[in-house]
Design a protein around this ligand. Structure first.
Ligand SMILES: [Zn+2]
Length: 287
C-alpha cells in the first residue's frame, strides 16, 4: 500500500517513542507491587514464562559448572514494562530523571492488533533467556520476576543492573511502530556522563546482537526505524544511566501483522532468547 510522506512522517514520529501509552485495557490480572520491589540474582534454577524462579539459598558451583561458557559472568535482563502497569497510572506516570531530562517512570508498552501485550512478550523472552543463561553457567539479574506487577521505574531498573555489577545487560522490548513497518532495531546509548565508560563496549555488544538476530531468527532488520537495524538514543533512562555494557532491543513491530505472527509464537520467542544468549556468550568471550 502506498504511504504518503505525511503518513510516513507521523509513523516515524510515533516510532521515536517506542512502547508508549497506557490507553490499553489489559486483560491480565491485578497488580502485585511486591513483584516490582527488587532484583533477582540467581545462579541456578530454570525459568518458565509464568515466573522467573528465585532460589531460596545459594548453591556452590559444581566443577562441571565452572567449565560452562558463562561461568563467573553476571548478566542483567530487563524485560520492559510490566503487565500490571495499567492499574496504577499515578505510579507509572510519575516523572523520573533519566540522566539528561525527566521522563515518566514507565509506560504500559504496546500490543498486537489482537491484544497480545508487549509486557507479556518481553517477559516470555526474558524467561527463556534467563533459563538459557543459567544453563550456560551465568549468574542472572532480572528487573522483574513476574508479569502481573507494577514497575519498577526505568531508572530503578538501570540501578538494579548497575548495582549487580553485571558484565553485560539487555533490555527486551517490542516496538509500537507504523502498521506497514517491519523488523528489529538495536537501540544503543549516547555518552552523557554516567554511561561514558560503556559506550564503546555497548556498541560492540549491539553489533553482536544484531548479527545473532539475523543468524538465529526470522526477524529482519527494521525498514522504518534506525539504519541497518541500529539507532542511537539519548532519551532513555535504561541507556543513559547504565554503567554496564547494555543495549535495548525492539525485537519487532507489534502492530505489523507479519511481525506480530512471529512475536506471539513461543518458538520464535525461544529463537530470540537463543540469539541473545549466543550474542552475550560471544561478547563476553571477546571482552
Ligand atoms: Zn517497550
Amino acid at each position: 500500500m502506498e504511504v504518503t510522506r505525511r503518513q510516513a512522517a507521523t509513523a516515524l514520529a510515533l516510532a521515536v517513542l517506542p512502547c508508549a501509552g497506557c490507553g490499553v485495557v489489559s486483560k491480565l490480572g491485578g497488580a502485585n507491587p511486591a513483584d516490582s520491589a527488587d532484583a533477582t540474582a540467581s545462579g541456578h534454577a530454570a525459568a518458565s514464562p509464568s515466573a522467573i524462579a528465585v532460589p531460596s539459598e545459594s548453591v556452590p558451583a559444581s566443577p562441571a559448572a565452572a567449565a560452562l561458557p558463562l561461568a563467573g559472568a553476571i548478566v542483567g535482563i530487563d524485560p520492559g514494562h510490566n503487565g500490571g502497569n495499567f492499574t496504577d497510572p499515578g505510579f507509572i506516570n510519575q516523572l523520573i530523571w533519566n540522566g539528561r531530562e525527566q521522563e515518566t517512570c514507565d509506560t504500559c508498552g504496546t500490543e498486537t492488533a489482537t491484544g497480545y501485550t508487549e509486557a507479556q512478550f518481553n517477559f516470555n523472552v526474558a524467561s527463556y533467556l534467563h533459563a538459557d543463561l543459567i544453563s550456560r553457567g551465568a549468574t542472572v539479574v532480572v528487573t522483574r520476576r513476574s508479569n502481573d506487577g507494577v514497575g519498577p521505574c526505568v531508572n530503578r531498573r538501570a540501578q538494579i543492573i548497575n548495582h549487580a555489577h553485571a558484565d553485560v545487560a539487555i533490555d527486551i522490548h517490542a516496538d509500537g511502530g507504523p502498521t506497514w513497518g517491519r523488523g528489529f532495531t538495536v537501540l544503543e546509548p549516547v555518552a552523557d556522563g554516567p554511561n561514558n565508560s560503556v559506550i564503546t563496549s555497548s556498541v560492540q555488544f549491539g553489533a553482536t546482537v544484531r548479527a545473532a538476530l539475523l543468524e538465529h531468527t526470522a526477524m529482519p532488520e527494521s525498514d522504518y526505524y534506525g539504519h541497518d537495524g541500529v539507532i542511537f538514543r539519548n532519551d532513555l533512562a535504561g541507556l543513559n544511566l547504565t554503567t554496564v555494557p547494555k543495549v535495548l532491543i525492539e525485537c519487532g513491530n507489534m502492530p505489523n501483522v507479519t511481525d506480530a505472527t512471529l512475536l506471539v509464537t513461543p518458538s520464535f520467542q525461544r529463537d530470540l532468547a537463543r540469539a541473545f544468549a549466543e550474542a552475550i556468550t560471544k561478547f563476553l568471550a571477546s571482552a
